[in-house]
Ligand binder design. Sequence first.
Ligand code: F6P
Length: 374
Amino acid sequence: MTKTIGILTAGSDSPGLNATIRGLGKAVMGTLGMKLLGFVDGFQGLVENKTVEIMGADLSGILTDGGTFLGTSRDSIQKYPLNDGSVADRTDQAIETYQKHKLDALVCLGGHETQIAANHLNQKGLNIICIPKSITNNIPHTDTSVGFDTALGVATEAIDRLHSTAHSHHRIMIVEIMGRHAGWLTLGAGISGGADAILIPEIAYDPKIVAQAINDRRNSGKRFSIIAVSENAMSLDYVEFFEHSRKMNERLRSGDEQTKIAQELSRIENQIQGNTLLLADRLHTFTGLDTRITILGHLLRGGAPSAADRLLATQFGTACVELLQKKQYGVMIAMQGGKTLPVPLEQVAGKIKQIPLDHPWVIGAKRVGTVFGD
Ligand code: F6P
C-alpha cells in the first residue's frame, strides 16, 4: 500500500510556505513515491478531518506564491475553540484523523505555537516532523526560519524609503516592525536600513537616551532620525512599574484577588507593550521635532518569498525525505551553519530564541553609532 505523509501549515502565515510544501511534495512523491495529504487551515484540518490530496500538478507554479494554499489558523489542539466561545482539548480527534488516514508521518510547518502542538502529538505517539516558519526568527536551535529573509527585505526597503521623507521634512520617522517576543527582524532591518535607533523587546529602553541621540544628531546638522521599534518593545519605566506592581500584588494580596489583579496587570501591560504612539509622543516632547509612525504589520508577511527563502524552503522540504527514509521522528529540521539537521522537538517546543545582548549584530550596530536606549 502506498505510504502517505500528512502536511499542514499552522499559526501565522509567511512567505515561503508554499515553496516549502513544493519542496517536500516533489521530494516525497518523486523520490519516495509516497502520497501527500494536506490538512486545511492548520490543526483545524487535523481535528475536523478537512483534507486535500496534493497532486504533482498542485505543486507547479507555487514556488513564488506567498502565503499557503492549504490555509492556516491559530487554532490550538489542546485549547480548541468551540462555537460557544469556550475551548476544549481535541487531541483525541486529531489522533483519530491521523490514524483514519493511516499516515506514516505528519509534517508541520509553523512557528512557536506549532512546535508546542507538534511536540504534544509526538508525545502521544504520532510520527511528527517540524519545519520552522517565523518571519521574526524567534525559533531556537535554527539559524533562520522560513519567511525571515523575505520579511527582512521588506522591512529594510521600508526604512530605505522613509529616509527621503524624513530628511525632507526634518522629522523623526518611527517604523514599527513585527516581533512580539524577539527583536531579530527589527535589529536586522534597523542595521541594514541604517536606522539611528533600534528598540527591541530584549532591551528595555529609556526614551530620554533615544531623544538625546536625536538631539545630538540635530546639533551635528542631521535634522532627521529613523527609529526602528519592535511591536513589543517597552520602555524601562514601564518595565519597572509592572515589576514593582507584581511584587506588591504578591506581597499584599492572596487567592482570587491576587490572581484577578495579576491578570489585570498583564492585560494593561499587553496594551502598553509596543505602544509606539506613546514613544512618538515622548520623543516629540523631548526633542520638539515632528514625529510620524509607520506600522509595517502584515506587509511583512505578504508577497513572494525572497530567493534565500525559496532556497531555505526547498532545503527544508527536501531534507524531510532523509528523515522519512530513516523513520526519524519527533524532530524539527534546523539550519545550522548552512547545513540542515534534526533537533529533538522537546528542545524547541515552548522556547523563544531571543537576541543575546552580546550578539555580533548588536555590537556591530553600537559600533556604527546606533542607540538601543540602554
Ligand atoms: O507571530 C507572528 C506575528 O506576525 C506577530 O508578529 C504578530 O503580532 C502576530 O503574528 C499577528 O497575528 P495575526 O495575523 O493573527 O493578527
